[in-house]
Design a protein around this ligand. Structure first.
Ligand code: GRA
Ligand code: FAD
Length: 621
């Protein structure tokens, strides 16, 4: 219950559906077969949503976890971006018009922003939407090769609608980026509408089940009513009006997805990889620890524990942080709806920072899990390659990770500058208003508070130094933009330190909230391990200013190693606690029943290369 909360009933419902989990093995399919197979499950999922009355995003997500294990379905952009953008940026009439159809899947939409030439630099996008008061239409156009829309999920073949981000022009004046609802395909024939050139962008590293697409507009007209008009309006005569609200509201969909990615992509992906690697390490026996004794489980090797247990601790930390991130999103979003926008910059900063920090850590962690499984980890039967290729996409989509860290750093610099001018920070950055202690209080007890304080110190110092360096660069004659660029490595590291502290703090608060003493003790060990590994891996950051001394660093190392033995007896239980069903793991190595070898053999025999095939046979004969 620590993990699943309200999710279990929906998972159980999904597991009863024969179509999910059965059928041909994903690993033996071509990309087209994977895509078709996913579409069949999408259609069944849609029927299930109607049958079980699933409307809520979270409920659907639990169901999707079983329907589309470790893969991304074309429903992702529909329910994760198309519908939320309609709801957040549409006027009441627009919401009434499109949301019910979208929720019933009568129309399928995606979020069409990125272009061939620009993804990161949203202000550099080139697609235009020019208002024509005579026809009361916006004319969408792709004026250059680089302005062709590129990447949107589901655009290639599936979606018949999309929200297109385009530059609004009225009477020759550029009003900046705005969202437009655009019908892309005929609802009868599913053919692209005249004036649109569209298709799939081709095979990718992962995301095989999604038709990420391209779209070129050739002076394509849409009604005036199709610009999302909650915050800005274009009247019939071409008059432009806007509420005196933050112009960044049109970036709301990105904040939503970034907030969800922490849990849904990084948290889930790493937890699954740890489940597979740790279960398998308890099954796999190799070599000798002691002469003439049975081969040990590889999980008994300290080096194996040193590889996997810090990742297990990280998986718990990212999971808890993801849950917290979602709560913060909904809380701040509610405040914004009531007109209180004060915390939008903080939400943007923390969601950008955590999205980047956790997806990078998870991506690195999943690959480490794979390596820890030896040869069988390299086989698709381990399930790990599929988890990796899909989860690592999270480092790029929804804001490339370095760019996101720099957004977080920008906020931290603003806050730190404010503190220097006497302003009091609050929320996730309130510690920037505290005095930084010069010596670390860590003792061999390693209380969670003292560990969190060490991360606080590191973050506060690195933010301070990044800010001072920025000022020095400017004082020595560089303009603000060059100073920023010349300082950007330091800035990303400061943002990472901030996110790291936040994650340790969240984990600490979860441990403190647990009432069962036994569970609390085990979670405390994991939290300690997470923090100690963080200190060791970044030890330079902690000793640079004399905060941590050599003796303390030695204590850190000793405690880390003793924790490995303390965690060992509970390791398998700790991954079982994530409660992933075999269908969700998609891994022979990670099977709950541990029957690995027999099933590996069965699986290999089924591989298509073993089937009689004329051409191969002829070539080899
Ligand atoms: C990098 C930025 C943030 C830069 O934007 P900019 O307008 O040039 O801003 P700036 O000059 O750096 O800053 C100006 C100011 O705008 C703020 N800001 C920036 N973004 C937001 C936001 N979302 N909410 C609230 N505030 C925001 C910044 O913090 C700045 O504030 P400040 O001036 O410092 O007070 C932007 O271009 C951006 O978000 N790029 C990333 C593009 C992206 O994430 N694309 C996603 C496409 S959809 C996708 O990938 C879906 C995949 C999902 C799937 O398949 O599952
Ligand atoms: C699987 C997947 C699904 C996607 N789905 C969608 C979708 O549904 N809809 C959609 O619109 N888009 C989608 N995208 C596009 C995605 O949002 C962009 O690829 C992403 O925002 C990164 O932009 P880019 O490709 O322009 O990278 P680039 O910005 O070209 O990044 C390349 C390098 O340049 C660096 N860089 C760029 N700008 C800066 C800077 N200011 N400072 C420092 N370094 C910088 C980056 O750090 C990176 O190392 C998807 C992408 C993927 C991979």
């Amino acid at each position: 219950m620590l993990f699943k909360g309200g999710g279990l009933p929906h998972e159980s419902l999904a597991l009863q559906e024969k179509l999910f989990g059965a059928g041909p093995d994903y690993n033996f399919m071509t990309r087209i077969e994977r895509f078709k197979n996913s579409l069949v499950r999408v259609q069944h999922f849609i029927r299930c949503c109607a049958r079980y009355n699933l409307h809520d995003h979270a409920d659907k997500k639990w169901f999707e976890g079983v329907a589309f294990p470790n893969e991304v379905s074309v429903l992702g952009p529909h329910s994760g971006m198309f519908i939320p953008t309609l709801k957040e940026q549409g006027s009441e009439e627009q919401i009434q018009k499109w949301v019910p159809q979208a929720e019933k899947h009568q129309i399928m939409g995606t979020y069409i922003q990125t272009e061939l030439g620009h993804g990161t630099f949203v202000r550099g996008l080139e697609t235009t939407a020019t208002y024509d008061p005579k026809t009361e239409e916006f004319i969408l156009n792709s004026p250059t090769l680089t302005s062709i829309k590129w990447w949107p999920g589901g655009l290639g073949r599936t979606c018949n609608f999309g929200i297109v981000m385009a530059l609004l022009y009225i009477d020759g004046k550029n009003y900046g980026m705005h969202p437009f609802v655009v019908q892309l395909r005929s609802l009868k024939t599913h053919e692209p509408l005249p004036g649109l050139t569209m298709g799939d962008i081709g095979p990718k590293f992962g995301f095989d089940t999604v038709d990420n697409g391209y779209l070129q507009f050739n002076h394509f007209g849409i009604p005036r009513e199709n610009m999302l008009m909650k915050y800005c309006q274009v009247l019939k005569n071409g008059t432009y009006t806007k509420q005196t609200r933050n112009p960044k509201f049109s970036y709301g969909a990105m904040i939503f997805v970034r907030s969800m990615v922490v849990y849904e992509v990084a948290g889930q992906g790493l937890a699954k990889a740890c489940t597979i690697a740790i279960r398998y390490s308890a099954i796999r026996r190799q070599s000798e620890l002691k002469k003439s004794r049975p081969e040990p489980q590889i999980l008994d090797y300290q080096t194996q524990q040193y590889k996997l247990f810090p990742l297990l601790a990280l998986a718990y930390a990212v999971w808890f942080t993801g849950v917290r991130m979602k709560e913060i999103y909904f809380m701040v979003n509610n405040e914004i709806k009531q007109g209180h926008t004060e915390r939008l910059p903080e939400l943007h900063a923390i969601s950008s920072g955590l999205k980047a920090f956790t997806t990078s850590m998870a991506s690195w962690g999943i690959e480490r899990c794979r390596l820890a499984c030896g040869g069988h980890g390299y086989s698709a039967a381990s399930g790990l390659p599929k988890i990796y290729v899909n989860a690592t996409g999270g480092c790029t989509y929804e804001g490339e990770n370095t760019v996101m860290l720099l957004q977080c750093a920008r906020f931290l610099m603003n806050i730190y500058g404010g503190v220097k001018n006497g302003r009091r920070p609050s929320g996730s950055v309130n510690y920037l208003g505290e005095r930084i202690s010069s010596r670390c209080t860590l003792t061999s007890e390693f209380t969670l508070k003292s560990l969190a304080d060490a991360f606080k110190h590191r973050a506060a110092r690195m933010i301070k130094e990044a800010s001072e360096r920025l000022n020095r660069l400017q004082a020595s004659g560089n303009d603000p933009e060059d100073s920023w660029n010349l300082n950007s490595v330091v800035l990303t590291k400061a943002a990472e330190a901030h996110c790291h502290y936040y994650m340790v703090l969240v984990f600490e608060s979860v441990v403190e909230s647990v009432e069962d003493n036994c569970v609390k003790d085990i979670l405390r060990q994991l939290c300690q391990l997470l923090a100690l590994c963080g200190i060791q891996e970044n030890s330079g950051d902690f000793i640079q200013d004399g905060f941590l001394n050599n003796d303390q660093l030695e204590l850190v190392k000793q405690k880390q190693l003793s924790l490995l033995s303390e965690i060992r007896p509970n390791a398998v239980l700790l991954v079982d606690a994530f409660e992933f069903h075999d269908v969700q793991l998609g891994s022979i190595l990670g099977r709950f029943d541990g029957n690995v070898y027999e099933n590996l053999f069965k699986w290999a025999k089924k591989t298509p290369l073993n089937k009689p095939e004329d051409l191969i046979h002829r070539l080899l004969r």
